[in-house]
Design a protein around this ligand. Structure first.
Ligand code: GDP
Ligand code: MG
Length: 203
């Protein structure tokens, strides 16, 4: 019997303001549950779910940000070796949408830190030309997939962020865009399956 019971393994990290529904999305997808009145923290770092796509077993390791949703409080170890980031906001909360650029800056800064760390390790930091080339190569090779998710579409009557606005934002940032409801299970399966397909395509 093989030790590896999958064809692909991907690490997916959810980020976004507290209260937008990250934990509920993960719970819905991995356990089929919508836990009512559930606390902010789930106490585990990640959940696993294996899906089958075109006959291939794809193991998804999904990291939730259990109560660390402040900028720069999410450690690099958390992002390390992530294959995809799901940036989530709440369509009924303008503020959660307005914070998206800040989240993107954080992601960018994280990527830059990684490059510097690698280069310091190689002791070539003084060589500016090598630095620029390495940065470009690193960013190009990393292939981090970004998905923007507008959650809570079951609360359409309380919508504060117009769909078109979010679509435009996502397009400008080369992100995929989906609107979901963890509560009604709308598009949740699709979110993770589409992402898995995209990850296989880029692998
Ligand atoms: P997190 O802080 O991003 O992990 O958010 P949670 O998953 O803990 O959810 C925050 C609150 O939003 C909870 O009260 C959930 O019940 C609620 N919630 C999450 N997803 C949905 C959704 O799709 N629809 C509705 N109506 N409420 C949701
Ligand atoms: Mg949470």
């Amino acid at each position: 019997m093989s030790m590896e019971d999958y064809d692909y393994l991907f690490k997916i990290v959810l980020i976004g303001n507290a209260g937008v529904g990250k934990t509920c999305l993960v719970r819905r997808f991995t356990q089929g549950l919508f836990p009512p009145g559930q606390g902010a923290t789930i106490g585990v770092d990640f959940m696993i779910k294996t899906v089958e796509i075109k006959g291939e077993k794809v193991k998804l390791q999904i990291w939730d940000t259990a109560g660390q949703e402040r900028f720069r409080s999410i450690t690099q170890s958390y992002y390390r070796s992530a294959n995809a980031l799901i940036l989530t906001y709440d369509i009924t909360c303008e503020d959660s949408f307005r914070c998206l650029p800040e989240w993107l800056r954080e992601i960018e800064q994280y990527a830059n830190n990684q490059v510097v760390t690698i280069l310091v390790g190689e002791n070539i930091r003084h060589n500016f030309f090598l630095l620029v080339i390495s940065c470009a190569l690193y960013v190009w090779s990393r292939n981090l997939i970004l998905v923007l998710v507008g959650n809570k579409i079951d609360l359409a009557d309380k919508r504060e962020v117009h769909r078109q606005r979010a679509e435009d934002f996502a397009e400008a940032q080369s992100m995929l865009y989906l609107e979901t409801s963890a509560k009604e299970s709308d598009n949740v399966e699709k979110l993770f399956l589409d992402l898995a397909c995209e990850l296989i395509r880029e692998a």
